[in-house]
Design a protein around this ligand. Structure first.
Ligand code: FES
Length: 328
C-alpha cells in the first residue's frame, strides 16, 4: 500500500510504499533530502512531522530532546509512513551543502555499448549511498590502476549505484583490458557546480558534446525523477562515428514525454555542420531562449564563443551553465 508525502516548504510531493523509509522514498523521487549515515546515527536526516502517522522501523542511536520530540522531530531514515504525511524538511540545493566523501566501492558491472564505449557501474557499500547533485563529478582511484576524474552519469536518486561513460582512449585502456567485477575503487568527491538550478517553471535546453552526455544524462534523469513537467529539449552533438551511444535511450525519453525534443547531430567530418553552425541553428530554432534554463557541455576550444553567442541571443547569464571539456 502506498501513501503520499508532502514536503514543506518546497511543496514537493512523492509517493511512499509501505516497505520504504521516508528517506528512501524521497530520494527515489529525486528530492535532495539531507542524510549522512543512513542508519539512524547521525541525525542529518531529521525532519518534522506536521500531519499523519509514522512508524519507526529501525533502531536509532540518535536521540531527540523531549522538546524536539514534542515538536514532531523524527529521522527520515528510520521511519516509514502509515498514512499520508505532511512533513517539514530541508532540501539541499547548494553544492556547499554536500559533504566531501571518501568511500571504497566496487566495480559492479562493465556494460559494453559499442566497440569503443562502455558504461562503468560502481556500487557503494550497503547503507552508504553517495551524496551528490546531478551533474557533479568524482575522482575514481583504482588500486594498481589509474586515477581519473569523471562526471557521474546517473541520477542522485540512487546513491548506491553510480555510472560513468568510458570511451576507449589511450588513457582509458585499463577499462577495456580486463577490469573485472568486484574490483575495489576509491570514490572521492563530489566536485563541480554544473548542477540544476531551482525549478522556476522555465523550459530547459540541454546541449551535450560527445561523452559530455554523461552529466547531461544525470541532470535529465533527475528532472524526470522530480516529476517536473516543463518542456525539455536535448541536442547531442558528436563528430565521432556512432558517437551518440545512448541515442535509443534519448528517444525513449522523447517517446515517453509529450514535451521532450531530442535531436542527435553529426558534426563535420561525418555530418554537414560544424559546432558553431549548429549552435547558430539552435539559436534560430529556439526564439524563446530568454526564458529558458541552459545546460551545455562544450569543447574547451568553443566554450567562450558558445557562451557569448547565447548571451548575445538574450539568454540570462544566471540561467546559463557550462561544463567545459578538454578535446581528446
Ligand atoms: S541519515 Fe543519519 S540518522 Fe538518518
Amino acid at each position: 500500500m502506498s501513501h503520499s508525502v508532502r514536503v514543506q516548504p518546497s511543496g514537493h510531493l512523492f509517493e511512499i510504499e509501505s516497505c520504504e523509509t521516508v528517506l528512501e522514498a524521497g530520494l527515489r523521487a529525486g528530492l535532495n533530502l539531507p542524510f549522512g549515515c543512513g542508519n539512524g546515527s547521525c541525525g542529518e536526516c531529521r525532519a518534522r512531522l506536521l500531519e499523519g502517522e509514522i512508524e519507526q522501523v529501525r533502531n536509532a542511536d540518535f536521540h531527540f530532546s523531549p522538546i524536539e520530540q514534542q515538536q514532531g522531530m523524527f529521522l527520515m531514515c528510520a521511519n516509514r509512513a502509515t498514512s499520508d504525511l505532511l512533513i517539514e524538511a530541508h532540501e539541499v540545493s547548494e553544492v556547499e551543502e554536500i559533504p566531501h566523501q571518501q568511500v571504497t566501492a566496487k566495480v559492479h558491472k562493465l556494460e559494453r555499448l559499442q566497440e569503443n564505449v562502455q558504461i562503468l557501474h560502481v556500487r557503494m557499500p550497503r547503507a552508504q549511498p553517495f551524496r551528490f547533485l546531478a551533474g557533479q563529478s568524482v575522482n575514481l582511484a583504482f588500486d594498481r590502476g589509474p586515477t581519473l576524474t569523471l562526471p557521474i552519469a546517473s541520477c542522485p536518486c540512487n546513491g548506491l549505484d553510480l555510472s560513468f561513460h568510458i570511451r576507449r582512449r589511450p588513457e582509458n585502456a585499463f577499462f577495456f583490458n580486463g577490469l573485472k567485477k568486484g574490483r575495489k575503487v576509491d570514490v572521492d568527491g563530489p566536485t563541480g557546480d554544473f548542477v540544476l538550478r531551482e525549478d522556476n517553471g522555465c523550459a530547459r535546453l540541454f546541449i551535450a558534446w560527445e561523452e559530455g552526455f554523461a552529466p547531461i544524462q544525470s541532470l535529465i534523469e533527475h528532472v524526470i525523477a522530480e516529476g517536473n513537467e516543463e518542456p525539455l529539449c536535448l541536442y547531442w552533438l558528436s563528430a565521432i562515428p556512432e558517437g551518440h551511444y545512448l541515442s535509443n535511450y534519448c528517444r525513449s525519453w522523447r517517446d515517453a514525454f509529450d514535451e521532450f525534443h531530442y535531436e542527435s547531430v553529426d558534426l563535420e567530418p561525418i555530418g554537414k555542420e560544424n559546432w558553431r553552425q549548429v549552435i547558430e541553428r539552435i539559436i534560430r530554432e529556439r526564439p524563446r531562449l530568454g526564458c529558458m534554463d541552459l545546460y551545455i557541455t562544450a569543447p574547451e576550444s568553443e566554450a567562450d564563443w558558445t557562451r557569448d553567442a547565447f548571451l548575445d541571443a538574450g539568454v540570462d547569464p544566471e540561467r546559463f551553465s557550462m561544463f567545459r571539456m578538454e578535446a581528446k
